[in-house]
Design a protein around this ligand. Structure first.
Ligand code: GLA
Length: 378
C-alpha cells in the first residue's frame, strides 16, 4: 500500500456534524435538526488486483496497515477503527452489492476523536459513498446512510439512530436539516445567524465507554413505548404531544422512565418550534429553546454530567450569548453555543477559565462552519 496520497486515483470526503436541537430522539421517532460541519474524514482509494482490503489511517498511524479480505468480513477487536469501514463493506455485500476487487483505503480525519462530533459516522459514510460511486451501484445518498447506520448497529454494535449518518451524507453548506426520523422526510433550513456564530465547546472528556448508557436510555424508551401502546396506537413515543403524554401518565408508574419519555416528547416539540423560529429570524427564541433542551437533557434524560453542565452554565452567563446546549450523545463530548461575533474571544477566554478552574483540565473551542455532505473530490 502506498503512503503518498497523491498517487491514489480517487478522493472522497464526508463531514462530521453538530446537532442544533433534537437530542436523543432519533431512535424515538422524533425530529432532529443537525448540520454538517466542515471538519470530517477524507478517503483516498486505489483498486487492487486481488481481493484484499488494506486500511490505513493517518490518525492511527501506530496501528499501521490493517489487512482484511473481501470474503468473510467479521468484527475483530484488533482491527480497531477499521471495523467501521469493514462493517460498511459487509453491509453492501449483504444488500447484494458485490465489491469486485480489493482496495487500498487511506483515511485522514480532522474531527477530534471521541468528541461527539460523529467522526465514526463520517468514516462510515465516506466509505459508503466511495463504494457507491467507484462501483456505480446507483444507490441514493439516503440509502448509503442507512447502510452506514446498519454497519454501526449490527457490525460495530452501537444501537444509534440515523441522525449522524444522515447529516454526514445529506448536509448542505449553510443549511441545517430538519429530519423526521419516523418517516425520513426532511427539509433544509438556512442557518442565518446575522452577526453570530456557532462555537463548538469541547469538554475533552472522552465519551468512549458510555455506549452502554446510550443503549440503556434507548431501551428505557422502547420499554415505555410498549406500556403506552396498551392505550394508544403509536409506533414511536414522539408521536405523542406533551399534553397526550400527561393524560397517559398512569401507564408509566416508574418515575425515572416517565422523565425519559417527557424529555423525548418535549424535545420533539422544541425542535419543531426551533426550526420555525429560525426561519422567522427569531434568534432569541431559538436560544431559549436550546437552553431548555439542555435543562431537559440534564434533569430528565440525565446525559450531561459535570463537564458539560459546567461548560454550558458558564456559557449562559457570558455577554453576547444567544443559547448553549450539549450536542450529540452527551456524557462528555461537545456543547455548542451561539455567540455574537464580537464577543467570541471573550467568551472563549471566560468559559475556558471557568472550565479549567472547576474541572481541572483545558477545554477546546472551535468556530463552526456549516458545510456540505459526503462527496467525491474531483
Ligand atoms: C449519538 C447517536 C445519534 C443520536 C445522538 C443523540 O450521536 O449516534 O443517533 O442518538 O447520539 O441525539
Amino acid at each position: 500500500m502506498l503512503n503518498t496520497k497523491e498517487t491514489y486515483s480517487n478522493k472522497y470526503f464526508a463531514p462530521g456534524r453538530i446537532n442544533l436541537i433534537g437530542e436523543h430522539i432519533d431512535y424515538s421517532g422524533g425530529h432532529v435538526f443537525p448540520c454538517a460541519i466542515t471538519y470530517g474524514t477524507y478517503l483516498w482509494i486505489n483498486k487492487r488486483e486481488d481481493r484484499q482490503l488494506h486500511f490505513f489511517s493517518e490518525n492511527f498511524e501506530d496501528l499501521g496497515v490493517i489487512v482484511s479480505h473481501l470474503d468473510g468480513l467479521v468484527n475483530d477487536p484488533k482491527d480497531d477503527w477499521a471495523n467501521y469501514p469493514k462493517g460498511v463493506i459487509k453491509k453492501f455485500q449483504e444488500a447484494g452489492y458485490e465489491i469486485p476487487v480489493g482496495l487500498d483505503l487511506y483515511y485522514m480525519g480532522n474531527i477530534p476523536n471521541g468528541a461527539g462530533l460523529s467522526s465514526s459516522a463520517s468514516i462510515e459514510v465516506v466509505t459508503a459513498w466511495m463504494l457507491n460511486t467507484l462501483f456505480n451501484f446507483g444507490l441514493s445518498m439516503v440509502e448509503c446512510t442507512l447502510l452506514s447506520q446498519k454497519a454501526e448497529n449490527q457490525f460495530v454494535g452501537v444501537n444509534s439512530g440515523i441522525m449522524d449518518q444522515f447529516a454526514s451524507g445529506l448536509g448542505q453548506k449553510d443549511n441545517a436539516i430538519l429530519l423526521n426520523t419516523n418517516t425520513l422526510e426532511y427539509k433544509y433550513i438556512p442557518v442565518e445567524l446575522d452577526n453570530h456564530s456557532i462555537v463548538i465547546c469541547n469538554t475533552n472528556k472522552r465519551r468512549g465507554l458510555n455506549e452502554s448508557k446510550y443503549n440503556d436510555r434507548r431501551a428505557q424508551c422502547e420499554a415505555a413505548l410498549v406500556l403506552l401502546q396498551k392505550e394508544v396506537n403509536i409506533q414511536a413515543i414522539c408521536e405523542l404531544s406533551f399534553e397526550q403524554l400527561e393524560s397517559l401518565k398512569h401507564l408509566i408508574p416508574d418515575e425515572e422512565m416517565y422523565r425519559r419519555v417527557k424529555h423525548a416528547v418535549t424535545e420533539n416539540e422544541r425542535t419543531l418550534k426551533a426550526s420555525q423560529v429560525l426561519q422567522e429570524n427569531n434568534l432569541a427564541e431559538f436560544g431559549r429553546l436550546m437552553n431548555q433542551s439542555h435543562v431537559s437533557l440534564r434533569d430528565d434524560y440525565e446525559v450531561t454530567g459535570i463537564e458539560l453542565d459546567t461548560m454550558v452554565e458558564s456559557a449562559w452567563k457570558q455577554p453576547g450569548i444567544i443559547g448553549a446546549r450539549v450536542t450529540g450523545a452527551g456524557f462528555g463530548g461537545c456543547a455548542i453555543a451561539i455567540v455574537e461575533n464580537d464577543k467570541i474571544d471573550d467568551f472563549i477566554q471566560n468559559v475556558g477559565a471557568d472550565y479549567l478552574e472547576k474541572i481541572g483540565y483545558q477545554a477546546d473551542f472551535y468556530v463552526a462552519s456549516v458545510g456540505a455532505g459526503a462527496h467525491e473530490i474531483l
